[in-house]
Design a protein around this ligand. Structure first.
Ligand code: TXA
Ligand code: MG
Length: 360
């Protein structure tokens, strides 16, 4: 694996220049990991069937799970859509409002896209990332870039280059290191129908943002959520985004969250259980107020201002850190899943926690 360290604040011509070698590798069938504003992607030339297949092998990804294709400019949609296809009015508005950015649109696939990008379907997920390195890389490669998150399937998605290297060092040709990603959870995946738009995966662009841009209802895929006051049944379908530690999430009333965490951390005699090596993710002020401080490196104290966004940004990185610290359990101060970026974070947490999500 070759490594390329680069700042996204570099001027565009410097970016293009620095990215020449990884871009050539990408165009010629290589696997190149790169930063986007959401998480790191594992990129391959979306026209090249053999290259795309390498993605599935490297990630050990189920072969029926379709990939997102990344472009750098709207005109490059021509690479992907069926020839002569006109973009619908709703899609046009969404593109104007949210591209470049963390919104993936499901659209019809033309014949040039490699079959393994969208196995068994005639649609394809397309997005234009806003991360300057990602866009310069695609531009320089001159081909559409199929890229899932650059993690081994089932692990938390990578939000920095170290996480990519930990999972995929031996599998990839280039790792473009652009520092820590901004949003921290994956893009919103949206399917536009005649009368409504369906969020297949909640992400960086929220339901509220989408609703304000179009005049059709924006709904969630009915299979996405089942959050309530009772814990969800654990199930194999939730084995995504899962760290080694057991994740437990509480959300709702602050005193209730404290009481639940306290109870979890204590044995019947009120003393800490010696067999536990817990870690915790919560707002800094909550941890101080309730004196729930655990020693580093098992402490994820986040900013109380904009806690929802801070949780999104830091979640995957903290889960990986806590695994390295061999935590047995991760206790998470959750957020309202019915609001803003909270929907995306709680969706990922629900999977990481395999159902151990409680409203208190
Ligand atoms: O933020 C992101 O979207 C990141 C960065 C790297 O861009 N990529 C990412 O890719 O998360 P991946 O492969 O981990 O997730 C792609 C998601 C999957 O849930 C997949 O099932 C869905 O998009 N998807 C892709 N194409 C689809 C299609 N044609 N129909 C329905 N779902 C599709
Ligand atoms: Mg993924």
């Amino acid at each position: 694996m070759q490594h390329c360290l680069i700042k996204s604040s570099e001027k565009r011509d410097v970016l293009l220049n620095r990215l020449a070698a990884p871009a050539r590798s990408l165009r010629e069938g290589g696997l190149v990991a790169f930063p986007t504003e959401t998480v790191y992607g594992l990129g391959a030339n979306a026209f090249d069937e053999a290259a795309v297949r390498r993605i599935f092998a490297a990630k050990r990804r189920p072969v029926d799970n379709p990939l997102i294709v990344h472009i750098a400019r709207v005109e490059q949609l021509e690479w992907i859509l069926p020839r002569g296809m006109r973009i619908g009015e709703i899609e046009r508005r969404l593109i104007d409002a949210f591209w470049p950015g963390p919104l993936t649109l499901i659209m019809p696939a033309g014949h040039r896209i490699a079959p393994s990008v969208h196995p068994g379907r005639d649609s394809v997920g397309i997005r234009m990332p806003s991360q300057p390195i990602a866009r310069a890389l695609i531009e320089q490669a001159g081909v559409p870039v199929a890229a899932p998150s650059a993690n081994v399937s089932g692990k938390p998605s990578p939000t920095d280059a170290q996480a990519v290297a930990d999972d995929l060092e031996d599998e990839i040709d280039w790792l473009v290191d652009g520092g820590v990603t901004d949003v921290g959870v994956e893009s919103t995946v949206l399917l536009v129908e005649d009368e409504r738009a369906i969020i297949l995966r909640p992400g960086g662009i929220t339901q509220e943002m989408l609703s304000s841009a179009v005049d059709i209802p924006v709904v969630f895929d009915a299979h996405l959520f089942d959050l309530g006051s009772a814990p969800l049944a654990p199930g194999m379908k939730y084995r995504h985004y899962a760290p080694n530690a057991n994740v437990h999430v509480w959300w709702g009333d602050e005193d209730g969250i404290y009481a639940a965490m306290r109870e979890f951390l204590s044995g019947d005699d009120g003393r800490p259980l010696p067999s536990l090596r817990p870690a915790i993710i919560a707002p800094q002020d909550f941890l101080s107020r309730y004196e729930l401080h655990l020693p580093e490196p098992c402490l994820g104290a986040l900013s109380p201002d904009g806690y929802d966004a801070a949780l999104a940004r830091s979640l995957y990185q903290l889960l990986r850190e806590f695994d390295r610290a061999q935590a047995t359990d991760v206790l998470v101060y959750g957020v309202n899943p019915a609001h803003g970026i909270g929907t995306a974070v709680m969706n990922r947490l629900q999977k990481a926690a395999e159902g151990r999500v409680m409203m208190v």
